[in-house]
Design a protein around this ligand. Structure first.
Ligand code: DGL
Length: 272
């Protein structure tokens, strides 16, 4: 089937991509802050998890997703994936210099107030120069425990928050370290299970989710460039997946702000 059949007209929308449903945590924050903006979301779940990919693969996928979103008319791209941001956002900014990009990075700066910090992110993010530099800048003087959480992204794609399998995974994970004061959610899938992390670690541990800050950055960039939506048009959210759509469908039901404007959820977008 030829690709143009799948190309929606999203002139003036905000484009958002991730390897899966994780970016919905960011899209949800953008939707809450900027309810007049339309969104075009792509989950590249045919190639997930990105954390198990090479840097070159993640860069190639990111470029392809960006091209799709721009062809559809997106005015700003949210790289709603820490993994893609850590190894691909410089390449994207260089390749598409006129396009405003907002990336997601582990929020280590707000964690600098805490005594001991756990950073949960993918292996690609944890080994990236961008993350190592952030850690060196803000957390050099305190204990930082890092985990690449193998298999957790797949669990979140297939099980909702509150599932015993997710609670068991987290219980076993945190049993291998001392209780941290703060947990940095360095992968956009993890805010979707923030309540499970709190249930396992207790309410005194700070769980740091960067989605709100990313949404504010989207707002700032739109305002700076005069791109804010101010026409009286219907807000539309469309969701595309390069694989099956079950994880997206399931997660959207729990995210009311996104779900209320959803138009299409389209599976098997052929981006190859
Ligand atoms: N949600 C992604 C991130 O923020 C990627 C997870 C993955 O595909 O490994 O890093």
């Amino acid at each position: 089937m030829s690709q143009h059949i799948y190309l929606p007209d999203h002139t003036g929308s905000i484009g958002v991509f991730d390897s899966g449903i994780g970016g919905l945590s960011v899209a949800n924050a953008v939707s809450g802050l900027l309810p007049a903006e339309s969104l075009l979301y792509v989950s590249d779940n045919a190639h997930a998890p990105y954390g198990a990919r090479t840097d070159d693969e993640v860069r190639a996928y990111s470029r392809r997703l960006t091209e799709f979103l721009l062809r559809a008319g997106a005015k700003l791209i949210v790289v709603a994936c820490n993994t893609a941001t850590s190894v691909a956002i410089d390449d994207l900014r260089e390749t598409f210099p006129a396009v405003p990009f907002v990336g997601l990075e582990p929020a280590v700066k707000p964690a600098a107030r805490s005594r001991s910090v756990a950073v949960l992110a993918t292996a690609v993010t944890l080994r990236s120069t961008r993350y190592r530099t952030l850690r060196e800048t803000y957390l050099a003087d305190r204990p930082v425990w890092e985990s690449a959480c193998p298999g957790l992204v797949d669990l979140i794609e297939t099980h909702p928050s509150g599932s015993p399998v997710i609670r068991e995974y987290l219980t076993e994970l945190f049993a291998t370290t001392d209780q941290p004061d703060a947990v940095v959610l360095g992968c956009t899938h993890y805010p979707l299970i923030a309540s499970d992390i709190t249930a396992v670690l207790g309410p005194d541990v700070r769980v740091i989710d960067p989605s709100g800050a990313a949404a504010r950055q989207v707002q700032r960039l739109l305002e700076e460039r005069g791109l804010t939506e101010n026409r009286d048009v219907r807000t539309i959210y469309d969701f595309y997946c390069t694989g099956g759509s079950a994880p997206l469908q399931r997660t959207l039901l729990a995210l009311t702000a996104l779900n209320s404007h959803r138009r299409w959820v389209v599976p098997y977008l052929p981006l190859n």
